[in-house]
Design a protein around this ligand. Structure first.
Ligand SMILES: O=P(O)(O)OC[C@@]1(O)O[C@H](CO)[C@@H](O)[C@@H]1O
Length: 391
């Protein structure tokens, strides 16, 4: 049985009525994703029929549990939402279970020819192969010309903004929307982030990754920077144990990114070599925990994960989903202090996130007023970002 969240006084975001952001994810992104997945990989008839059934269920039906024979089904057995309409359950739970059902439909966990095949790999690979990535990697050669402070800021912000373009997001906004983003930070606690790292050195940093490819590359370069500047003696990179939310980074994606770095030139290649070495001598630790794909907020994390975060000088949470899980996917007033929403967290924690869903905390009331008076979709369009730190 799951223990209750610390945040039960705040209502969770449910998928809800048409017109809400959460509902658009279920009504538009998930059906579109099923179509993309089936176009990207030639699945056999039985898998195609399983995808048809899933599409039918999410658009017209009620939530069905995983088959008893599905590997890991016991983890999902006691959930309270089976038999309900997809629109009536918490958004966090619905999305997570959708990805688990998609993998079940494709036999991702079943011994046989489709075991371990990542249905999102074609999208992730295409993104990583893009010329834009070459440009971003060669831009790293300008780092030596910067002051140490400018270097810190550049690498932190490139990791932050790397989160703007996850593949799930592109499904409904299109490439054009990505080009003209305004780079607006709604909260910038980056000075506190560097202070926490300076005060805690030599220490271990947990970096909870989000997306693969163009986000993971700057995350890895940041990890290298933390190691080479002595801010971290080791970096624990938390990855997803299986494909999730389209573009989330797995161990396989990390290895591909390391190759992409070492295959480049200049600073990128040197960082790639150092990171390979760091994996080899235990200073860059790749970790996957089942809870990383759980449909739950972090306040319900299991003891071993809590200990991991407690032992770190700083835990850095990347991306929108990690943010939703960190503060609970709940209806917080946007001016609720970030420290209040994350009070349960076992150590200092930082969020690096572009805003791609309704939940936000820690805004100054003047900032909130300004945002509400401007572009309607500032919470969900990825045009804004934040660096928040709780010491
Ligand atoms: O965690 P990420 O990659 O930054 O964002 C995940 C995301 O695209 O998925 C959800 C909707 O599908 C939203 O929370 C968010 O927009």
């Amino acid at each position: 049985m799951t223990r209750p969240s610390h945040h039960t006084d705040r209502a969770p975001v449910v998928v809800g009525t048409p017109g809400s952001f959460a509902r658009s994810v279920l009504d538009e992104r998930h059906p579109a994703l099923i179509e993309r997945v089936r176009r990207a990989t030639p699945y056999p008839p039985a898998r195609q029929r399983a995808l048809d059934a899933l599409l039918d269920e999410i658009t017209k039906g009620f939530i069905e549990p995983l088959d008893d024979g599905e590997p890991g089904a016991e983890r999902w057995r006691d959930e309270p939402y089976y038999g309900q309409r997809w629109a009536d359950v918490p958004f966090l739970w619905a999305e997570s279970f959708f990805y688990r059902r998609l993998l079940a439909a494709l036999r991702h966990f079943t011994p046989g020819p489709w075991l371990g095949i990542d249905p999102f790999a074609p999208f992730k690979n295409a993104e990583l192969a893009g010329a834009e990535v070459d440009d971003e990697l060669s831009a790293l050669d300008r780092l030596p010309g910067l002051t140490p402070q400018e270097r810190d800021r550049t690498l932190l912000l490139s990791s932050l903004w790397g989160n703007r373009a996850d593949l799930g997001f592109q499904l409904s906004t299109g490439e054009a929307g990505l080009a003209d983003r305004v780079r607006g930070l709604v909260v910038d606690d980056s000075h506190t982030l560097w202070e926490v790292l300076a005060a805690g050195r030599p220490g271990r940093v947990c970096l909870v990754a989000d997306n693969a490819g163009p986000e993971l590359l700057p995350d890895l370069v940041l990890a290298d920077h933390l190691l080479t500047t002595g801010r971290a003696t080791s970096v624990v990179l938390h990855l997803k144990p299986y494909p999730y939310y389209v573009s989330d980074a797995t161990t396989a994606d990390t290895l591909v990114c390391l190759d992409r770095l070492t295959g480049a030139s200049g600073h990128a290649a040197a960082a790639g070599e150092r990171l390979r070495q760091a994996v080899g001598d235990g200073r860059l630790i790749l970790r996957t925990h089942a809870f990383s794909c759980a449909p739950r907020p972090y306040d319900l994390m299991p003891a071993d994960l809590r200990e991991d975060f407690a032992s770190a000088t700083l835990t850095v949470m990347k991306g929108d989903l990690n943010y939703r899980r960190l503060v609970g996917d709940r209806h917080w007033p946007a001016t609720t202090p970030f420290a209040e929403a994350t009070a349960y967290f076992p150590g200092p924690v930082a969020a690096l996130r572009t805003l791609k869903s309704d939940v936000v905390t820690g805004l100054a009331s003047s900032t909130l007023e300004e945002l509400d008076a401007g572009a309607a979709a500032w919470r969900t369009s990825g045009t804004h970002a934040l660096v928040q730190v709780r010491t």
